[in-house]
Each structure stands twice: as C-alpha cells, then as structure tokens.
Write a protein that binds this ligand. Structure first.
Ligand SMILES: Nc1ncnc2c1ncn2[C@@H]1O[C@H](COP(=O)(O)OP(=O)(O)O)[C@@H](O)[C@H]1O
Ligand SMILES: Cc1ncc(COP(=O)(O)O)c(C=O)c1O
Ligand SMILES: [Mg+2]
Ligand code: NA
Length: 299
C-alpha cells in the first residue's frame, strides 16, 4: 500500500534541517511526502549568518515558533485524524536542549495539553521530556518513569532521542531510551507498566550536528511503520542510519577543514545524498538492550 506522509517543519535554502532533513530520506524509503514549510530560512541557526527568506505577517521567532502556529498544527492533526483512521502522528516536541529553552515559554502548556495527547510517537530529548513531565532525569529509573508519564499523556511510543545519562561503555557514548506500550491496559495491578523498554548506547562522534533530531524522527516513523510492534528493531535501524550519516559527515568535514582545524557548521552539514544507500538499506551497527521489568517498577 502506498504510504503518504505530511511533514510540517522548517525549510532551509542551504543544508539539512527540518523538511530538508526528512523529505529526501523518506522518499528514498518509498514514502510519498507532502511538506508544509513552517518557516523558510537561508540556512540553519548554527551558521554565522541567517536570513529569513520571507516575511509573514506574524513574526515567528524560530522554527516552532509561536502559540498560534502550534495551534494551527493541532487543528490540522485533529482534522486529519478524523478523516484518516489509523493515521500516525509523530511529534518531535522541539523546545530546547541542555537546559536551554529556545521557544517562547507559553508554548509549553500547548505542547502538554494539546499536542502531546494527539501524538502516537513522541521523540523528545531529555530536556524536552523533563519539561513536559516536570520530572528531572538523573538515572535510568528516572528515564523509565518519565517515559511512563509521557505514555499516560497520550503516545504509545516514546523515544528519548538523547540524554545526559552516563553510559556503561564510557563517555564516548550517548544514551537513548525508548518505550512502547504492549497492551491497551497500561498499568498492571501491581503498578508496573505493560510496555517494552529499551536502551541504547550510541557511539558519539566528536562534533555538533544540526538536523539530526529531524532525521531521527523521520527514520523512526519509517522504521516503526515497517516494524509497528517491534520498537527494538525500529530503534536499531533508526540509530544505525544516524551512525552512517554522522560518521560520513564527520569524515568529510574533517577532510574539508584540513589537519588541525575544527570543521565549520557549513562543513558539518549532513551528507544526506551521499548516504542514500545507507538510508535505503541500513546495516545494523548498534544493538538495543531490552530493560528488565524489575527496572521499571512504579515507586
Ligand atoms: N555527536 C553525535 N554523535 C553521534 N550521534 C549523534 C550525534 N549527534 C546526534 N546524533 C544522533 O542524532 C540523534 C538525535 O540527537 P540530537 O540531534 O541531539 O537531537 P535531540 O536534541 O532531538 O535529541 C541521536 O540519537 C544520535 O543518534
Ligand atoms: C531552522 C532550524 N530547524 C530545525 C533545527 C533543529 O535541528 P535538530 O534536528 O538538530 O534538532 C534547527 C537547529 O538549529 C534550525 O536552525
Ligand atoms: Mg540534542
Ligand atoms: Na528529539
């Protein structure tokens, strides 16, 4: 069956974030992609200069911007869900990272009360998950608890795309976690949750990439479509694509920068087209660990 995706994200003229980071890889995987560009920039905000390409009547500070825009998105999703039973809404609640909020504060209640309840798949980073639940994540058990709280807000699948949790393999790894509800009755009588929880230590590349969160959400949508009841496999394929793309990008950026020089934001733009074969058929280079039930008991 032909599968169609509506992607509502920012557009950049040069480089890969938002829709530029999602459309090509989804098309490569055979999805029809309709895109709405929420805003149009010359390049992403990590570059030295940035131009807004058009001027709307309402000023949007950034990509997910102002309350009225988010509310328009909410009504689009409500309408589409009514018209299309089985529609899957992936929400990457882009609000900030590492303690820094980069959208107006009045967006938080809209995300909490309107957007997240509609989401089938949610992909916050640690900071965003903490904002949405009001809980800090300091341990793996905290992360499990936060993912359960997020399930209770709506989505059946939750992935913490990056956290600051220490990896057992050392500081060259970043930790991501996922949780998928395995039954409609989420809480067992003993208070534990009926969900599969997984954890992954991701080999970290020594650079800051932009557009990776957007690519992650797109690939998770594609691979959960193919493995709807197997988050472990979908997660491994998603992160494997990420590994191929960031490693290729890092090698290229260093070659361009020359020995001893740090690559620029422009040199670190994702090598998306060059990664076509890896996107189409990712060799699995990372393994997710299934967390034991005992590690996610409700306190
Ligand atoms: N420096 C990096 N090294 C390796 N993988 C990375 C790196 N940066 C991002 N990624 C990949 O991108 C994914 C999304 O991370 P990130 O871009 O920080 O988005 P978010 O802030 O939404 O978590 C990670 O799960 C990882 O797979
Ligand atoms: C226009 C725009 N969209 C999206 C992003 C988000 O990128 P990421 O996928 O790394 O979260 C950025 C980050 O700078 C951006 O400038
Ligand atoms: Mg991040
Ligand atoms: Na994310």
């Amino acid at each position: 069956m032909e599968c169609r995706i509506l992607s509502i994200q920012s557009h950049v003229v040069r480089g890969y974030v938002g829709n530029k980071s999602a459309t090509f890889p989804l098309q490569v995987l055979g999805f029809e992609v309709d895109s709405i560009n929420s805003v149009q920039f010359s390049n992403h905000t990590g570059w030295f200069c940035l131009f807004r390409v058009e001027l709307e009547t309402i000023f949007y500070p950034w990509y997910c911007k102002d309350k009225s825009f988010l509310e328009v998105v909410v009504s689009i999703i409500q309408e589409l869900k009514k018209a299309t039973p089985g529609l899957v809404y992936v929400c990457d609640p882009v609000m900030g990272d590492h303690g820094l909020l980069y959208v107006p504060e009045n967006l938080l209640p809209v995300y909490k009360n309107e957007v997240v309840p509609l989401a089938d798949i949610l992909t916050p980073n640690q900071f965003e998950a903490e904002l949405l639940t009001g809980r800090k994540i300091k341990t793996e058990d905290d992360a499990v608890e936060v993912m359960d709280l997020l399930h209770e807000m709506g989505p059946d699948t939750v992935v913490l795309t990056s956290t600051d949790l220490p990896s057992k393999h050392g500081d060259q790894f970043l930790v991501a976690l996922g949780s998928q509800k395995t039954s409609k009755v989420f809480r067992n009588p003993d208070g534990t949750s009926s969900s599969q929880k997984i954890c992954m230590d991701i080999p970290q590349v020594d650079a800051v990439f932009v557009g990776t969160g957007d690519l992650f959400a797109a690939m998770l949508l594609a691979w959960t479509h193919h493995h709807p009841k197997d988050l472990k496999t979908a997660f491994e394929k998603t992160v494997s694509v990420m590994q191929h793309v960031v490693k290729r990008t890092f090698t290229y950026a260093n070659e361009m920068a020359g020995p001893g020089n740090k690559p620029s934001a422009a040199q670190l733009e994702l090598r998306m087209i060059q990664s076509k074969a890896d996107i189409e058929n990712p060799s699995v280079v990372v393994e997710a660990k299934v967390l034991q039930k005992s590690s996610h008991q409700k306190q």
